[in-house]
Write a protein that binds this ligand. Structure first.
Ligand code: DGJ
Length: 720
């Protein structure tokens, strides 16, 4: 485990994963990424063929071309016609040919400055490869960190300008990998507002397939991640490699298959809306990327990714802390509330055993609807019936924690903040604004703006006994044009992200006792950059239990279950109009961090009894869901009528099965459980029936539901 340098080979080894890079006369060639190889002996003859029309950098060797070599960064402009890793404008061109000059092993990690980084453990090691392009006078450092406890390697890149003139970086990927030619599928998480993280698996064909965002946020439609797996890989077999980016802004992730069927993967900041002027002596660091590997199918890849994120990305104090069951007033009241209504809701919640009361949008300034007041972070005492701390004290007195909603990055034109600082909004001179929810985005590339937001939010968090914050972000960025020059404006999108990370790292570290949940109209910025500071995310504004099956399935494909807020809402559901039994709404929400978002004060008695039972039960199974291993049993993808997920933690097992529509043919479904001990006995808590692990895994658990739509069943087993 760790890093080894042997002759001209570099070994980067995490738990059961190896990356092997060869130094071939200064060029870095990727010999292997995948399952652990302790000693590499091979040389690959096919790579030493003269391929017509592939450029040779030397006249005496027609078999060496960057176009056919497997590399760890794409050399730009010397005969490799695939996607490059870097494009740096210097002198009169963008050519670079970096050659290795030195290597070094560091204990721990070399963190990316002003960007989110993984936590490392004592035994983490980092390989630093330093390369130089002497013509352009540029230095390139590649960092690879190996972890003993996970099948993940983290990596990022740094470019330093050694010349005496400024250069301009037009592309800087965080990582790039060439894998052997072959038959692959790629899996991405795609979606839309209220339909986030739909799993898409498709064959890798010749050409380039990219997922990206140019919205100033990672967005609802794509996640900064890409999985490459063998075409034959299944849930339980075959190899799969995930690339993920710790970045919340414009990104790109691509897979390219060229005319020789060679496959190249890359991930990093999007070239769109990006350029970075690098003055003499300065350096630029890319966001950190993760490479996670499984040779036991996509299920194991999920578990490895979830494990790494929980142990190495989430703020440590929350990664293994049980999350409170909450009531959020948004879908209960929207903007229409007064103190009495809030306290009635809190009262009911407390009687049902709920643990946290969250006051959503509408408590500040003149915020009576979503057209105004963003930026005016002053409590509207008239609306909440006095000082915020009085309300909090009353909520606390009912035995509930208190949470508050903010949308700190935004500004309404109808706000005191805009009247005082119209120039703080992102905008281009001489052009009107582009509105979205009637709001504008503050320019976080401006340190004065960041300082203002820090102070305004810090004041409220310091003066009030707040236990939880929901940090919302409800539009994407347009009209980028605050820079004095074209280049300054091209730097604005990334500078915004640096400002954002400065802001959120300051507030979350200073208020490290507060549980922060990120939100962007649901999952519009559900990425690892945010998760480094916000251990919880509101996965979607779509609270319909049946829609949530797909959203939660996709979210947990790579992200840990404990990151995902999941609420029971009203029926008929406000987004989909669907009527779903309270039991199924509860069972689906219990597949994440359970919460409620409906008017508890107007529910029929029977629903309240069911909710009280759900809350009590969830407290029992909460560690299984939030800390357990996650197994997908039935995929709810489009067209499927069923979903089933299993969680295993210590001696407890929870299985949830949902059938969407009633059908005449299906009378039963048998679920073959996973991850159990064959010889051990597991007691089904509901009936007292005992099964062996072997029975549950190989004969299976047969679910029989009566006729009816949107029915579900949850099973809870305890090992004897
Ligand atoms: C969008 C969020 O996703 C909702 O949950 C709610 O907080 C609203 N914003 C409030 O404006």
């Amino acid at each position: 485990m760790g890093i080894r340098i042997e002759g001209n080979l570099f070994y980067i080894q995490s738990k059961e994963m190896s990356m092997i890079i060869e130094n071939k006369e200064g060029d870095l060639l990727l010999r292997h990424i995948g399952g652990k190889i302790a000693k590499y002996h091979g040389s690959n003859a096919i790579l030493e063929k003269d391929h017509a029309f592939s450029g040779n950098p030397t006249p005496d060797n027609r078999t060496f071309s960057y176009d056919t070599q497997r590399q760890v960064f794409g050399v730009h402009g010397f005969g490799d016609f695939r996607q490059p890793s870097l494009k740096i404008a210097h002198a009169n061109n963008e050519l670079t040919q970096f050659k290795l000059t030195s290597s070094e092993i560091l204990h721990g990690a070399k963190e990316a400055t002003r960007l989110p980084n993984p936590h490392t453990t004592e035994d983490a090691e980092t390989l630093v490869l330093t390369l130089e392009d002497k013509v352009a006078a540029l230095e390139l450092k590649l960092y690879y960190t190996a972890y003993a406890d996970c099948n993940t390697i983290s990596t990022h890149t740094e470019v330093r300008n050694l010349s005496d003139k400024a250069v301009v970086i037009n592309r800087a990927l965080s990582t790039m990998l060439d894998v052997p030619a072959g038959n692959y599928d790629m899996v991405t998480l795609q979606g839309a507002y209220a339909r986030e993280k739909t799993v898409r698996r498709q064959k890798v064909e010749q050409g380039i397939f990219t997922v990206a965002s140019n919205r100033g946020a990672s967005g609802h439609s794509h996640t900064p991640a890409m999985i490459l797996c063998e075409h034959t890989a299944t849930e339980d077999a075959g190899s799969a490699l995930a690339l993920q980016l710790l970045y919340s802004g414009n990104f790109q992730a691509f897979v390219q298959k060229n005319q020789l069927n060679e496959v190249r993967l890359g991930i990093g900041i999007n070239d769109d809306n990006f350029a970075w002027q690098l003055s003499a002596g300065d350096s630029f660091e890319t966001p950190v990327a993760l490479m996670t590997f499984s040779n036991q199918g996509l299920g194991k890849l999920t578990q490895e990714s979830q494990l790494f994120i929980q142990d190495h990305i989430m703020p440590k104090q929350f990664a293994h802390a049980e999350r409170p069951i909450l009531i959020n007033n948004w879908e209960a009241t929207y903007f229409d509330f007064k103190k009495e209504k809030l306290l009635d809701l809190a009262d009911e919640a407390s009687k049902l055993g709920i643990e946290l009361f969250v006051l959503d949008d509408g408590w500040f300034g003149n915020r009576f609807d979503d057209n105004r007041a963003l930026g005016d972070w002053v409590v509207n005492e008239e609306k909440i019936g006095g000082p915020l701390n009085d309300l909090i004290a009353e909520v606390h007195a009912k035995g509930l924690k208190f949470g508050l909603w903010f949308e700190p990055e935004m500004i309404s034109v109808d706000s005191d903040l805009y009247r005082a600082h119209p120039d703080w909004a992102i905008q281009a001179e001489g052009r009107g604004h582009t509105y979205s929810r009637n709001q504008l985005v503050l320019n976080l590339a401006n340190p004065d703006v960041v300082a203002y937001i820090k102070a305004a939010i810090d004041k409220i968090l310091t003066e009030n006994a707040i236990d939880y914050v929901k940090w919302d972000y409800n539009r994407n960025i347009t009209n980028i044009g605050n820079g004095d020059t074209y280049l300054a404006t091209q730097m604005q999108s990334h500078a915004y992200m640096l400002g954002l990370y400065d802001l959120v790292s300051y507030l979350t570290e200073k208020h490290s006792n507060i549980l922060f949940e990120s939100c962007s109209g649901g999952g519009g910025r559900n990425d690892l950059g945010m998760m480094r500071y916000f251990p919880q995310v509101w996965a979607s504004d779509n609270t319909d239990a049946i829609s949530r099956l797909l959203i939660q399935y996709g979210s947990s494909y790579l992200f840990p279950t404990i990151s995902m807020g999941s609420h029971v809402s009203a029926s008929p559901n406000h987004q989909m109009g669907r009527t779903t039994p309270i039991e199924t709404r509860g069972n689906v929400a219990m597949m994440g961090n359970l919460g409620y978002e409906l008017d508890l004060t107007s529910l029929p008695e029977n629903d309240k009894e069911v909710i009280a039972a759900q809350v009590a039960h969830y407290k029992d199974i909460r560690p299984v869901i939030q800390f357990g291993k996650h197994y997908r049993l039935i995929n709810p993808e489009q067209g499927s009528n069923e979903a089933a997920v299993e969680f295993v933690h210590e001696d407890k097992v929870v299985v949830t099965y949902v059938r969407t529509l009633s059908t005449i043919e299906t009378i039963e479904t048998t679920l073959k459980l996973k991850g159990l001990e064959e010889e051990s006995l597991y007691r089904l808590q509901e009936t007292g029936q005992v099964f062996s692990g072997a029975e549950l895994m190989y004969a299976g658990l047969t679910v029989v539901l009566p006729q009816g739509d949107y029915l579900s069943k949850q099973y809870y087993f305890v090992k004897q």
